[in-house]
Design a protein around this ligand. Structure first.
Ligand code: AKG
Length: 328
């Protein structure tokens, strides 16, 4: 191989090789030396992951499992979502390797919980901010805190699923991860996600996808839904009627028809902003971790802005060339 390159190298102008060498000495080598060892180790570890990394469009490196068929919703499932206001996709949407990748990164984030900004990391249990052990630690905007999460195939696969429900476009507008530590009796009470948002927002174009990062059962706190409920927003109060609590609880929920929905790792449950849901305590000796995505169809305004941005990219080179001709 080296022999094949040598004649070509010999033909290179000396100034080109000297220039490249100078660039290496002055720019690249010091920059690489400045890289934190942990950063390079992290990248190397990521590269070594069994599921591998693939370059995916303009989104950069993606972790992908080989030969995994993307989940395609059937007409029956879409109808059921329309009727019940939620849909449990009982086949893997994210393959096990990719689920494990996301789980490992999120577990690292939870290990740093106390050092994360207080407005992003807090307790969904009785008191939002407190010292010591958390009841239901939640980390919001994980994909912004840890960019490796935004690049996971889990995000892309869940976005593909959201697109099938929302129509054509699905933009990730928010995400959060919820941990139920082992043996903690606190549950997430019945609520509608809309109670946390601006109730005037157009919530019909938004779906929330709850991804199980390990097998979830009634014992470790799987989700519960009440089929065909939650068409309007119920009044909510703070958990325990305490001003120190972050979690909201819906008033007057008739839970007689409620059902629990155990899921295998990589499966998802999808619901609307008005869907009533809750989850039980984790009585097992292993923490339960879930990652939740909020996808929105941004509608025609967004499409117009994108189109304009795209057009300006096309127009600019022309304009520059055009002005260039006129310049003296
Ligand atoms: O993860 C859970 O246990 C509850 C999740 C939930 O209620 C939510 O995402 O709104």
């Amino acid at each position: 191989m080296a022999q094949a390159f040598r004649p070509a190298m010999a033909r290179l102008k000396p100034c080109a090789t000297a220039g490249a060498a100078a660039m290496w000495r002055t720019a690249f080598r010091p920059a690489i030396a400045r890289l934190k060892p942990c950063a390079t180790a992290e990248v190397a570890a990521m590269w070594r992951r069994p599921s591998g990394l693939r370059w995916h469009g303009r989104q950069g490196p993606q972790m992908m499992d080989e030969e995994f068929e993307p989940a395609v919703l059937t007409d029956e499932e879409r109808d059921r979502f329309g009727r019940d206001r939620f849909l449990v996709v009982d086949r893997p949407v994210v393959p096990l390797g990719e689920t494990a990748d996301a789980r490992a990164i999120l577990a690292d984030l939870f290990a740093r919980f106390d050092r994360l900004p207080a407005d992003l990391a807090y307790d969904l249990g009785e008191v939002k901010h407190h010292d010591g052990a958390q009841q239901i630690p939640e980390i919001n905007c994980t994909t912004e805190i840890e960019p490796r999460l935004a690049a996971t195939a889990a995000v892309r696969r869940c976005r593909d699923l959201a697109r099938q429900i929302l129509g054509h476009r699905a933009v990730l507008v928010f995400d959060h991860a919820i941990c139920k530590p082992a043996g903690v009796s606190a549950a997430v009470e019945w609520h509608q996600d809309l109670a946390y948002a601006n109730p005037d927002a157009d919530f019909s174009r938004q779906v929330h996808i709850w991804l199980a990062l390990q097998d979830v059962t009634e014992d470790n706190g799987c989700l519960r839904y009440i089929p065909n409920q939650g068409r309007g927003l119920l009044p909510h109060h703070r958990r325990g009627n305490s001003r120190g609590a972050q979690a909201l609880v819906a008033d007057g929920v008739d839970q007689r028809a409620a059902l629990s929905y155990p899921l295998r790792a990589g499966m998802v449950a999808v619901h609307r902003m008005t869907t009533l849901h809750s989850s039980g305590p984790n009585t097992t000796d292993t923490p339960r971790l879930a990652w939740v995505f909020h996808f929105r169809d941004p509608g025609p305004v967004w499409a117009k802005t994108r189109l304009r941005a795209g057009l300006s990219k096309v127009r600019h080179p022309f304009r520059r060339r055009h002005h260039g001709l006129r310049e003296p």
